[in-house]
Design a protein. Structure first.
Length: 708
């Protein structure tokens, strides 16, 4: 009932100002309000308990309001203004059922119970759909309604202290959604599972996500394929494939892919493509498209599309929730892709491992249990692959225990130092027969994430065939060495034994010359005959001398080694051939590198230079001036001596025979054909080599490589 004010009473202004003093914005509004025109009348005449409650309310920082009399006239403090939204300031003095018409069906019974029976009411996180921003907004409140009694102990109004918990409730709900998403997606094994599982979980939170769609790009990034959906969206809004090069697609995914940021779009024509139900009673007016990016690259791999609730403001918290959902999906996709890549890599590595031409095995623990073993190592062990996996190595190779292999494994496990073996024999018993296998292998420690040694990886090569072949060659070489030694002994003996007969023949020829009458010995025929005999004897003597030289080279190999200056040797040999050089008009050029020093036998080096220069002078081309160049070059591995000429040259097709004993390059000059053979033996006995390049009528180049 309105308060009646005596017409002859003028309320004191100071009392009115005192009531609303220090009441903030609402206190000022109440002071300025024309209460005389309001059914409650001037505040001076209000009941004291109303004034007391208004002063308490205005001076509180907690949201409060008062509904007075059974008409429920409204008062509130500053802290309650956000709850009113667009209803402020018209709510002051208004009737609550009219001002809160959108929720009156929900609270009418509560209010009636308080007014009629004086009961209090308390609620926590109660959903109340308020029209304070131009739409029905999903809000949550914790509040208490308390009766206000007049002096006659009758209920005169309602006092409410309240607190909005919308942010808390929405936050908890969204956090649960994210937790569920994370837990479920951890179990996903494929991209298809990520897509549909994501949307299935998000379907449980229709209040925040009225619908959701998840698209993933193809490998070329030209199309996005639908892999998950939730909600009651239908028709043209859920294409299976979106062409990312088309601008008129149902969803502007191409724009989001290019800009790589969130895009909010209006859904004014969604009405025919969305079915409302109890879960989503209102058609979403907007949707958001978020790029799904690989966490480690920022590359767009898909798109998450979600409806925006028509009963919520799309604020920073709502945006953050969408970002977290898209981020969780991106993380799960990346995780699945990484797992798939790891599986592919493992399969690829396993294929390589199984096909490797060397034996590979991994042994775990002190019992050396076979964790993996490829076919090659099983062939070395002479066992089947399926018979060794998961078993200690001594279970199937017990004979290895007494051959030192376990001690080698123990050493690597204890020290962490790898062990490398070459041509180590392993005796295996198969079907009662002992078989020796020769192995090159490496034992390398395996460590866990903390660096502790947990096993050994072994890589082995069966070189039994190579060892057998080498041993066979060694036997042949020993036989050849013995034969060569016998041959050298024969040549040595023969060269010495032939000296006496040659000397005797030479003496008999001289005696014959003395015996012949003068007229006979001076005849041209006899002189020619005696000259042929003497030339044959000289050639025979040279052959015997060369054979002696060959045996001396073999017998004296490694003797008389010293640091020799090659330049000095070349100068001495050139000086020896000075008359020959002058006689044929040859031009000899030398180009000696600094530090042309070599550890070598001086007389053997002289023999090499002597033979090569002799051949260059001997086999010159008569139609041009002989030109000979002797040079040296120093490399990290060798000292290279080169003797090049422009002489007759050699047919290199018979290169393998050039350095043979008694091989003559040309027949128009004297020679035994043993010089290049001697050079080759000298060089190779010292660990070097000799090479030749030549063309017939162009000249020849000999290169001798001396080891440092």
């Amino acid at each position: 009932m309105p308060l009646l004010i005596p017409p002859d009473t003028t309320p004191p202004l100071t009392d009115t100002l005192q009531l609303f003093r220090r009441g903030g914005e609402m206190g000022d509004l109440m002071s300025a309000y024309d209460w005389d025109a309001h059914p409650l009348g001037n505040p001076v005449y209000w009941p004291e308990n109303l004034k007391a409650n208004i002063r308490l309310m205005l001076n509180s920082g907690f949201p409060m309001f008062i509904w007075w009399t059974k008409e429920l006239y409204m008062f509130n403090n500053d802290a309650y203004i956000p709850a009113l939204g667009k209803k402020h300031p018209q709510a002051l003095g208004s009737v609550a059922p009219e001002m809160w018409a959108e929720i009156w069906d929900q609270i009418e019974g509560i209010v009636a119970d308080i007014l009629q029976h004086g009961n209090k009411f308390y609620a926590e996180n109660l959903l109340i759909l308020l029209d304070r921003k131009g739409y029905l907004e999903e809000t949550y409140w914790t509040f208490s309604y308390s009766p206000i009694f007049d002096d006659d102990d009758a209920v005169a109004g309602i006092f409410c202290a309240c607190h909005e918990t919308t942010a808390l409730v929405l936050g908890q709900r969204r956090l649960k959604s994210l937790n569920d998403l994370s837990e479920e997606l951890n179990q996903a094994q494929s991209l298809e599972q990520v897509g549909q599982k994501s949307c299935d979980i998000l379907h449980e939170n229709l209040n925040d996500l009225p619908f959701s769609l998840l698209y993933l790009n193809n490998e070329t990034g030209t199309e996005a394929h639908l892999v998950g959906r939730s909600g009651n969206i239908k028709g043209a809004y859920i294409p299976d494939v979106v062409n990312l090069r088309e601008q008129d697609a149902p969803w502007p995914l191409a724009q989001v892919q290019e800009e790589k940021k969130r895009l909010v779009i209006d859904l004014s024509d969604l009405a025919g493509h969305f079915d409302c139900d109890d879960g989503v009673p209102v058609i979403p007016r907007q949707a958001v498209i978020l790029p799904v990016k690989r966490p480690d690259q920022g590359h767009v791999i898909g798109f998450f599309i979600s409806g925006i609730s028509a009963r919520q403001e799309y604020n920073e918290a709502y945006e953050g929730y969408h970002n977290l959902v898209a981020g969780q999906i991106a993380t799960s996709i990346a995780s699945v892709q990484n797992r798939q890549n790891i599986i592919r890599q493992k399969q690829y590595l396993n294929e390589i491992f199984q096909q490797a031409p060397v034996g590979i095995t991994m042994l775990r623990g002190r019992e050396y249990v076979v964790e993996i073993a490829n076919q090659s190592v099983c062939e070395i062990w002479r066992v089947n692959q399926q018979d060794v996996l998961g078993k200690p190595i001594l279970d199937f190779i017990p004979e290895a225990a007494d051959q030192g292999f376990i001690a080698l494994l123990d050493g690597v496990m204890s020290t962490g130092v790898p062990f490398v073996a070459n041509e180590l024999p392993l005796v295996l018993e198969r079907n009662g027969v002992l078989e020796t296998v020769y192995l090159n292998f490496v034992y390398h420690p395996l460590r866990d994430a903390q660096g502790f040694i947990t096993g050994i990886i072994a890589v082995a090569i069966d070189i039994s065939e190579q060892v057998a072949a080498r041993q066979k060659i060694e036997v042949i070489n020993r036989e050849l060495l013995a034969t060569n030694a016998d041959l050298d002994n024969f040549v040595y003996s023969a060269s010495h034994d032939l000296k006496a007969p040659i000397s005797n023949i030479e003496g008999l020829v001289h005696a014959l010359q003395d015996f012949l009458p003068d007229d006979t010995s001076t005849s041209n025929d006899v002189q020619l005959f005696l000259m042929h005999i003497e030339n044959s004897i000289e050639r025979f003597k040279r052959v015997v001398t060369d054979l002696t030289q060959v045996t001396k080279i073999q017998r004296e190999a490694g003797e008389d080694i010293a640091l020799v200056d090659v330049a000095d040797v070349i100068s001495e040999v050139c000086l020896d051939f000075a008359p020959t050089i002058a006689a044929i008009g040859a031009q000899v050029e030398t180009d000696i590198s600094p530090d042309s020093l070599v550890q070598f036998s001086a007389k053997n080096l002289r023999s090499i230079v002597y033979n090569l220069l002799s051949n260059a002078l001997k086999y010159y081309a008569p139609d041009r001036t002989p030109q000979i160049k002797i040079s040296t070059a120093v490399t990290p591995e060798n000292l290279v001596l080169t003797v090049a000429d422009n002489g007759l040259g050699i047919d290199q097709a018979g290169e393998s025979k050039i350095f043979s004993m008694f091989k003559r390059l040309h027949d128009h000059v004297e020679g035994s054909g043993i010089g290049l053979y001697i050079v080759k033996r000298i060089v190779e006995n010292a660990g070097g080599r000799i090479e030749v390049e030549s063309k017939v009528s162009k000249g020849a180049t000999f290169r001798v490589y001396f080891k440092h």
